[in-house]
Design a binder for this molecule. Structure first.
Ligand code: ZN
Length: 68
């Protein structure tokens, strides 16, 4: 999900027309933020790392248990 914010005062402009000035400071400069996307990517990376660590520990355990 994209968030549009005012580049001047960081007012949330999401949902406003693209050429509408900021209601807070009347600036027409805007920035896009993808905070949710970044957050989701971080969560996915974390899940992948944890899954790999889990699988590695299972493999290590099996290795240790099967070696007499
Ligand atoms: Zn503003």
């Amino acid at each position: 999900m994209r968030t549009i914010i005012c580049a001047n005062c960081e007012y949330d402009l999401t949902g406003l027309p693209n050429d509408a000035p900021c209601p807070e400071c009347a600036s027409t400069l805007r920035e896009e933020r993808r905070t949710l996307d970044q957050h989701r990517r971080l969560v996915v990376a974390l899940v992948v790392v944890l899954t790999l660590a889990f699988l590695a520990s299972i493999a290590w355990l099996l290795l240790v248990l099967t070696i007499p």
